[in-house]
Design a protein around this ligand. Structure first.
Ligand code: AVJ
Length: 307
C-alpha cells in the first residue's frame, strides 16, 4: 500500500474521520480552487491582492537588495508576480512544492516572464526542513514568502511547526512575508465557504472523485453533502463532507462504515486576531515588523523578522 493510501485509511479509521486538504488539489481541484478565488463571496484573494498592489513598494524596500525569495508553494499566483515585478534585484527566487508537475510548469513560465531571474525550484514537503539551493549570486538574506493564508489549514501545533521551519529556512538576518486571514463578522466568513454558485461544495466533493480516480476508492459522490461552519470560539471554519445515508466505502482492502449524518473532516481554515498571530510568530522566533491590511481589515500581509 502506498504511503498516501495508508494515510487515507488511517484518517478514515479515526473517531472523527479525516482526509487531508492536500487531496483537494488534483487538476480539477486546482481549477475549482481558481474558480473559488474569483467568487464574489471569497474575499480573501481580492483583499490580499489589494494589499499587495497598495504596498508592494514598501514590501520591496523591506526585502531589500540581493535577497533570496523562498516561496512555500509553487509560485503560480498573481500575488507572486506582483512581488517579483517589484523585486528587480533578487539573488534568486526559490519556489518549494511537493507537486513536481506544478513546480516545473510554474518555474518555466516565470523564467519566461522574468528573464534575468534565477529561478531555483525545490521539490520538497515544506512542513519539514529542506536544504536550499546555492544561487550564482550570494544572497544577502532569505525572505520566506507564504501567501494565501495557507497557514490557516494547519492546527495550532502544526502551524507552530511550520513557522519554525520558515524561521530555520530564513536563517540569520532573514524574514518572512505571510498572508494571514483575520477574524471578522461570522456571516462574511460563513458565506465565503458557502458560495451561492456552489463552487466550494463542488471543490469539497471533488476530493472524493480524486480519491476514487487515483486511489481506487468507491465513494458515491451523491451520498455526501458539503458543509462549512465557522466556529467563532475556535476561530476556524470547519469544512466537512456529510454522509447522507448509512453506507460502506471500500478504501483499498478496508471497509469504512459511515452512519447517516456522520462527517468526514476535509479542512480547517483558521482565522486569526493580530495579537493571536503575533504571539505564534514570536513563539517561533519572529517579530512582527509590519502589518498591512485591506481597507475593510478582512485580511493581512505581515512582514516578520527573525529575532
Ligand atoms: C487555500 C487554505 C487558503 O482556507 O480559504 C477555500 C482553501 N477551502 N475554500 C482557505 C479553501 C475552501 C483556502 N486556503
Amino acid at each position: 500500500m502506498s504511503i498516501e493510501m495508508q494515510e487515507i485509511v488511517a484518517g478514515l479509521k479515526q473517531p472523527q474521520k479525516t482526509i487531508s486538504p492536500k487531496y483537494f488539489y488534483d487538476e480539477r481541484g486546482s481549477q475549482l480552487f481558481d474558480k473559488i478565488t474569483e467568487l464574489p463571496e471569497y474575499y480573501l484573494t481580492d483583499a490580499e491582492l489589494e494589499i499587495m498592489r497598495a504596498n508592494v513598494d514598501e514590501m520591496a524596500g523591506l526585502v531589500g537588495k540581493t535577497a533570496s525569495l523562498i516561496e512555500f508553494g509553487s509560485g503560480s499566483s498573481l500575488k507572486t508576480r506582483i512581488l517579483l515585478e517589484h523585486l528587480d534585484d533578487l539573488a534568486a527566487y526559490v519556489p518549494v512544492d511537493i507537486s513536481e508537475g506544478h513546480l516545473w510548469s510554474s518555474a518555466r513560465q516565470l523564467r519566461a516572464e522574468f528573464p534575468g531571474l534565477d529561478v531555483l525550484p525545490v521539490v520538497a514537503d515544506f512542513t519539514r526542513t529542506f536544504s536550499l539551493p546555492t544561487p550564482t549570486v550570494m544572497p544577502l538574506k532569505n525572505v520566506v514568502y507564504f501567501p494565501g493564508s495557507t497557514i490557516g489549514n494547519f492546527e495550532h501545533d502544526d502551524a507552530m511547526n511550520l513557522l519554525r521551519v520558515m524561521h530555520q529556512e530564513a536563517g540569520d538576518g532573514g524574514a518572512m512575508l505571510i498572508g494571514v486571514d483575520l477574524q471578522k463578522d461570522a456571516h462574511i466568513i460563513q458565506h465565503a465557504y458557502n458560495d451561492d454558485a456552489g463552487v466550494t461544495a463542488e471543490f469539497n466533493l471533488n476530493m472524493l472523485r480524486h480519491l476514487n480516480r487515483s486511489y481506487g476508492t468507491n465513494f458515491d459522490l451523491d451520498s455526501f453533502e458539503h458543509s462549512a461552519i465557522y466556529d467563532e470560539d475556535e476561530g476556524r471554519v470547519v469544512i466537512e463532507l456529510v454522509s447522507q445515508a448509512e453506507q460502506t466505502v471500500e478504501v483499498g482492502n478496508t471497509e469504512i462504515e459511515l452512519a447517516d449524518g456522520e462527517t468526514i473532516l476535509t479542512e480547517y481554515s483558521h482565522k486569526y486576531t493580530l495579537a493571536g498571530f503575533a504571539s505564534m510568530a514570536e513563539a517561533a522566533g519572529f517579530t512582527v515588523a509590519k502589518v498591512w491590511t485591506d481597507k475593510e481589515e478582512l485580511f493581512s500581509v505581515q512582514y516578520c523578522t527573525r529575532l
